[in-house]
Design a protein around this ligand. Structure first.
Ligand SMILES: CC(C)(COP(=O)(O)OP(=O)(O)OC[C@H]1O[C@@H](n2cnc3c(N)ncnc32)[C@H](O)[C@@H]1OP(=O)(O)O)[C@@H](O)C(=O)NCCC(=O)NCCS
Length: 197
């Protein structure tokens, strides 16, 4: 774990350093393994935060004042046919939703919409993925204490087994898959349970 990490809400950081300086700061973020993650931070995160559609947090080292990574979190409606869930997962979702007449559950869950490390900085100073993920989970723990909730979802592109390994190692399990109507991409919808079952 890198000592002295600072976690700033994106909008707070913008208020502190100004729009132009923020754009410059974010231009130093590079995530070649997932260009969507890079593009979201540079061109969509501010608008999404402004509209309160999601909240983006910048993770910086206080020592070098470097942008180590970021995550974007939000709440999301998760709809699932109860038949696709095993009994343990069905019991979990039943805490937050009742099945409709077709046996579908529609539950509000916490979503890690984006998460990525900054690969532009020297390898020895990069943040570990599990530390970045822990910081995101901490935010959900705070939200849980205020308004309840227990399920944290992340959608992983199904054809990226390294990400499956990463999320499995950090307590996420695959529940269901979703095909994106726009590009046909299949996503593995993975869940972690805050504070255990
Ligand atoms: C996911 C992430 C936070 C994990 O960090 P980490 O635990 O420190 O692990 P690493 O960055 O060393 O990556 C571990 C392995 O996964 C691979 N990997 C990481 N992201 C990947 C991606 N999007 N697609 C395919 N492979 C990926 C790495 O190449 C590495 O492979 P290797 O073991 O063969 O070297 C970090 O890799 C990252 O920021 N990835 C890009 C953004 C991303 O894909 N976010 C997840 C969106 S669901």
């Amino acid at each position: 774990m890198i000592e002295d990490l600072n976690v700033f809400p994106l909008m707070q950081y913008e208020a502190e350093i100004g729009e132009e300086n923020l754009a410059f700061f974010l231009s130093g973020f590079s995530c070649p393994k997932n260009l969507e993650v890079e593009d979201f931070l540079k061109s969509k995160a501010r608008q999404s935060s402004r509209r309160s559609s999601s909240a983006t947090y910048l993770v910086c080292s206080s020592k070098y004042r470097e942008l180590l990574g970021y995550f974007t979190i939000m709440t999301k409606a998760y709809s699932v046919n109860g038949k696709l869930l095993n009994s343990a997962n069905r019991r979990l979702i039943e805490r937050f939703a009742e099945p409709d007449e077709n046996g579908y559950y529609h539950a509000a869950v916490y979503l890690i919409a984006q998460i990525g490390k900054n690969f532009a900085i020297p390898e020895e100073r990069r943040i570990e993925g599990h530390d970045l993920l822990d910081l995101a989970i901490n935010k959900f723990e705070t939200a849980k204490n205020i308004l309840g909730g227990k399920l944290v979802m992340v959608e992983r592109e199904a054809d990226r087994p390294k990400l499956l390994e990463f999320y499995n190692d950090n307590g996420f399990k695959s529940w269901t898959t979703r095909r994106n109507a726009k590009d046909g991409m299949v996503y593995d919808q993975m869940f972690a349970v805050l504070g255990g079952k």
